[in-house]
Design a protein around this ligand. Structure first.
Ligand code: GLC
Length: 430
């Protein structure tokens, strides 16, 4: 059983190239047949000269980040102040990401925190990094298509997000704080990277969620929503199917459920539970089964601790985890992490092949996210898999780690939108 699970998690070089080529074909035609949304962000390359002190809101899940950033206009910036707020446990006492809360409650609370952070009704532009799929109507307005990453707040889907935020700010007398841009985090990461260097052309998030953006041939910055990618070419196993069936958004975000931090712990739990029940590990200990029976009992942090320190969070009274079991657990965790990284790298290879079929350029892939930063084996495997995919064409890609730059990207977007520079293509695109 153990061997067959490891085998089902293995992504061969042939599979990498099939995933890359299916992904490329989906970008070329019928993206919707593979779940790709290709949402035009309304933004193009920043000039690098954007400057000013700007507020940014980074809303990507249960944690909300507010920052004040100074863009220096010379491709550099300084982070002046930041605050992180948990939307589940906060001063309002309400879990704002649950279905019991409404969008109005959510944005009223966000407006309150922005007011506290800004020190009252001060003149600020605000860039909003909103890390969900939305249809962009203009640089500053967008309609939420659906929640992902298990957020359930009511009466936000199909609404105009920055309008809800603006109304909430006005209700609090904060009308001098002006949301002028809304961008997805994959888009914001790429804007921040392109602000520093114009050869950045892919932006990706490998954290709680997963998504990638890129500059297309005409210089438009496109949000792929690659977390929703799905095709028969993906090595889906029985645990992926079970995880999806039990999730709050079954049949959506299937790729994200195989590769991102929000789901790796759950996948690990389903695999271990099955192995315990079949008597392959932990001598069928009832207390292990009990402690693993709840959905999301394990998270990706547990996996990184296991891989870094060899510690496994499940303690059993009836059975001491032996050396053989520790090795099995570790190998399963590695197989899951390596699968995730290889599949993601395959999509990057597909995108690069799409934007540069003759493979002439040097493409910077800007990546942000906790998995990329902290999960053992993850970053290295992405890099190795891309080398494997491009073989001799080694100079074709370069990976750049972007730590927490989505807020900065949103701030850059706020200035670009205000100065009407969001469609200001560099000379080679005109
Ligand atoms: C989810 C969202 C996507 C976001 C990603 C990373 O996949 O749908 O918009 O970019 O998470 O946060």
């Amino acid at each position: 059983m153990y061997r067959s699970i490891i085998k089902s998690l293995t992504v061969s070089p042939a599979m990498v190239s099939s995933v890359a080529s299916v992904f490329k074909s989906a970008l070329l035609s019928r993206p919707d047949s593979c779940g790709l949304k290709l949402l035009d962000s309304c933004f193009s390359y920043p000039t690098g000269q954007e400057n000013g002190e700007v507020l940014a809101l980074d809303f990507g899940g249960t944690n909300l980040r507010i920052i004040l950033v100074r863009l220096n206009g010379n491709r550099t910036y300084d982070l002046l102040k930041e605050q992180i707020i948990n939307l589940n446990e906060n001063r309002s006492g309400i879990n704002l990401t649950a279905a019991s809360s409404s969008g109005e409650q959510l944005f009223d609370y966000i407006a309150y925190e922005i007011g506290e952070f800004a020190g009252g009704n001060m003149d600020y532009l605000l860039g909003h990094c909103f890390s969900f799929p939305f249809r962009q109507l203009s640089p500053k307005s967008a309609i939420l298509l659906e929640w992902t990453k298990e957020i359930r707040t009511r009466m936000v889907v199909d609404r105009e997000i920055n309008n809800m935020l603006t109304v909430a700010l006005q209700k609090r007398g904060l009308d001098r704080i002006k949301p002028t841009a809304i961008v997805n985090d994959a888009v914001a990461t790429l804007l921040a990277a392109a602000y520093r260097s114009q050869s950045a052309d892919l932006g990706s998030i490998c954290g709680t969620g997963h998504n990638t953006s890129f500059f297309d041939k005409s210089g438009h910055l496109i949000n792929i929503e690659s977390g929703n990618f799905f095709n028969n070419v993906l090595p889906v196993n029985q645990y992926d199917v079970l995880l999806d069936d039990n999730s709050t958004n079954s049949l959506h975000q299937r790729f994200e459920k195989m590769v991102s931090g929000a789901y790796l712990g759950e996948l690990f739990r389903l695999i271990i539970l099955d192995m315990v029940r079949c008597g392959h590990i932990f001598a069928e200990s009832v207390d292990v089964v009990d402690s693993l029976s709840n959905r999301n009992a394990l998270d990706s942090k547990n996996i990184s601790v296991l891989l870094q320190k060899g510690d496994f969070i499940i303690r059993t009274r009836s059975h001491t985890i032996n050396a053989r079991e520790k090795i099995m657990l570790k190998n399963l965790a590695i197989a899951m992490v390596v699968r995730a990284a290889r599949l993601i790298a395959a999509t990057y290879a597909g995108i690069i092949d799409y934007i540069d079929p003759n493979q002439l350029g040097n493409h910077i892939i800007a990546i942000d996210g906790s998995l990329y930063e902290q999960m053992p084996y993850f970053a290295q495997t992405i890099n190795d898999t891309l080398h494997e995919a491009f073989g001799h064409k080694r100079g074709i890609f370069e990976i750049q780690f972007e730590k927490d730059t989505s807020g900065v990207g949103a701030a850059i977007a706020a200035i670009m939108a205000k100065e009407n520079l969001h469609r200001n293509y560099p000379p080679h695109f005109r």
